[in-house]
Ligand binder design. Structure first.
Ligand code: ZN
Length: 59
């Protein structure tokens, strides 16, 4: 089953807040392999998250 970009970005966001199930994780990884847009989105979200965490610690 193929993931749409919409579903992929939803999983990327969800994965920031909770661990993804194995099935979700695999589907997302497959999509990210094929889709540069979502790869970029995932990267940006991760970077944002890390920056927010750093700011929260007062760094
Ligand atoms: Zn995509």
């Amino acid at each position: 089953m193929k993931l749409s970009c919409r579903e992929a970005s939803r999983l990327i966001s969800a994965g920031m807040d909770r661990p993804l199930s194995a099935a979700e994780h695999i589907k997302l990884r497959m999509h990210l392999l094929l889709c540069g847009n979502c790869r970029e989105f995932s990267h940006q979200l991760t970077t944002l998250r890390q920056a927010a965490r750093k700011a929260g610690r007062g760094e």
